[in-house]
Design a protein around this ligand. Structure first.
Ligand code: FAD
Length: 542
């Protein structure tokens, strides 16, 4: 029988699986930082390796000519997830970040010239829908859709979030899986249907369906290929709200970096990991850095894209073969981003805007089935200067325009594609959102293409949002946070459970850390902080 020691209130197996030593985190994106903070708060010795010269991954910042742009994420949902990381470390998120609620949450521009604001409050939203589509059908359908969305969000909170899940089997406790209430929850997930089809059973107005379809763009997937359970995203947004962190979403990364430093995480920038080493027990034993240095480690959390972790850092190992043989891995969409420093603001824009395509079916087919840039794309436009004037010189705007494109195919040469596509995007902003003089107003211009995204963040085929959520049954499932293929390897980030986006990758980092901690595979070096491990599921904490 293995001997047991009591270690800071927890029983640990000293003969078998528990190692002493450092835990290494590969990648300093929000997922990696959240993992590092959680592990450190729980008493572990943590070192983080980031290949880029900055931490925060896609939550990067660009400052030029008096303009400041968030380069990646701009829409912050579910700040309660972030709050959990801070509470475990004995900090109050409110002391670290000033969060400004945004309501209306988005403004939608349609090709017929109509405009619709998305409000969190259901009465105001119903009034907006009644004036867009008189007669009450659209507003009633929208309300019923949101009720469904709330129920699906509740199911996600109970079965899907805050634990390592890689398949439907991991969601249910085998002792209760056959109970009537669990079976009822499974049926309520509408496993026979997709997001696109579900929306259309509630709402017929083409503009409203187009708006609701776009919640699946938060996960870079086509609404008619994504499982109906992802209708829950609408409630995640209307329920907890849309927030702007003062200082931009970069402030989220800065807050996590500050926390990691305070907690004593050793942070190495410009330090890429080339391979994950395995020991004689077929489990992780360390990493080799790009400069050839070998670093022994007791366990690893990889925040590098999960597919590239296996194909590149574990190339040629049995673990990589097992991962590859489990299922196919399809990248989520990529995108083109324009950062435009303007010498004016546009009154018709809110902070977040969607300038919609003429035909969503055509748009999604071209991007997700044919794998080509859409001829008439939807443009997401962020105009933050009204909320935070110092993002631009007085009277100016730090305009951010994101257009989703297919993930990189071998024939995509964005050096050639980009100049023409830039023109398509600017024409779209003129014709559908009335930004008529935009070209003459540009004082600073930078951009990112799918190839840039691929290279900067070392993601799969330039994907912005990890893996596509395609498939009625399996679309919601990503690789689990505890590797089933290699001992003492844990995974965090947008290409693992529970998926992409700032709240989900932060949650994935927490899950990876929590699972590692509960597995008891590494000996902590100090007592956990007072609140570590003791924070309840935080839905609606704020
Ligand atoms: C243009 C754009 C717009 C977006 N908009 C939104 C939005 O509005 N709202 C939202 O919530 N989300 C949005 N997202 C998605 C969100 O940014 C991501 O889901 C999230 O930031 C990803 O975090 P991550 O921890 O998974 O990985 P990343 O941010 O990709 O970080 C991974 C890090 O690992 C490093 N790394 C990789 N391999 C190695 C290695 N071998 N050695 C060392 N380091 C390595 C990379 O350099 C990178 O820094 C957007 C993303 C983009 C690109």
């Amino acid at each position: 029988m293995a001997s047991q020691v009591v270690s800071w209130g927890r029983e640990r197996d000293t003969m078998g699986k528990t190692r002493s030593g450092r835990i290494g985190v590969i990648g300093g994106g929000l997922g990696g930082l959240a993992s590092a903070c959680t592990l450190s708060a729980r008493g572990y010795d943590v070192v983080l390796f980031e290949k880029n010269p900055w931490l925060g991954g896609k939550a990067a910042v660009l400052s030029e000519g008096g303009f400041r742009f968030d380069m990646g994420p701009t829409i912050l949902l579910m700040p309660s997830v972030l709050e959990r990381i801070f509470v475990e470390a004995g900090r109050d998120l409110k002391d670290e970040l000033e969060l400004v609620p945004l309501d209306p949450q988005w403004r939608c521009f349609f090709v017929d010239g109509s405009v619709l604001d998305l409000h969190a409050n259901s009465e105001r939203m119903a009034a907006a829908l009644d004036s867009l589509a008189p007669g009450g059908k659209a507003s009633q359908g929208y309300r019923r859709f949101l009720d469904l969305s709330a129920r699906l969000d509740d199911i996600s909170q109970r079965y899907f979030f805050w634990r390592s899940i890689g398949s439907v089997g991991d969601m249910f406790d085998p002792t209760t899986a056959a109970s009537l209430s669990t079976l009822g929850d499974v049926l309520r997930m509408r496993p026979w249907s997709t997001v696109g089809a579900t929306i259309r059973t509630f709402v017929k107005d083409r503009r409203v369906t187009q708006m609701l379809d776009h919640f699946t763009q938060y996960v870079g997937s086509a609404p008619d290929l994504s499982p109906a359970v992802l209708c829950s995203i609408a409630h995640m947004q209307t329920g907890e709200g849309v927030w702007y962190p003062r200082g931009g979403t970069r402030a989220v990364a800065e807050a996590l970096i500050g926390l990691a430093e305070e907690l004593g995480v050793v942070l190495h920038c410009g330090s890429g990991v080339q391979t994950i080493q395995t020991g004689s027990d077929a489990a992780v034993s360390g990493v080799t850095l790009d400069d050839g240095q070998h670093v022994p480690l007791a366990a690893v959390v990889s925040n590098c894209d999960s597919v590239r972790t296996h194909r590149e850092l574990l190339a040629g190992t049995p673990a990589a073969d097992r991962f590859e043989n489990r299922r196919g891995y399809e990248a989520a969409c990529s995108g083109v981003v324009l950062y435009l420093g303007l010498d004016r603001r546009y009154d018709q824009l809110l902070h977040h805007n969607f300038v919609f395509s003429r035909d969503p079916q055509e748009e999604f087919d071209v991007i997700y089935r044919k794998g080509e840039p859409a001829p008439d794309p939807t443009c997401y436009v962020c105009a933050p200067a009204d909320t935070e004037p110092d993002v631009a010189p007085p009277g100016g705007e730090a305009l951010y325009v994101l257009v989703h494109t297919p993930y990189l195919r071998p024939h995509h040469d964005w050096k050639t594609l980009y100049p023409r596509y830039r023109q398509t995007i600017l024409e779209k902003l003129k014709t559908t959102a009335g930004l008529d003089d935009i070209e003459m107003r540009i004082k600073v211009e930078r951009w990112l293409t799918p190839q840039d995204i691929h290279n900067r963040y070392r993601v799969l085929d330039g994907a912005i949002y990890g893996l596509a959520s395609h498939g009625r049954l399996n679309g919601a499932f990503k690789p689990a946070n505890r590797s089933p293929d290699l001992g003492r390897l844990y995974l965090a980030g947008g290409a693992v459970h529970p998926g992409p986006g700032m709240p989900m990758v932060t949650m994935s980092g927490w899950i990876a850390a929590d699972t590692l901690d509960k597995d008891g595979v590494v000996e902590p070096v100090r007592e956990p902080l007072a609140h570590a491990r003791s924070v309840p599921n935080p839905a609606g904490m704020l």
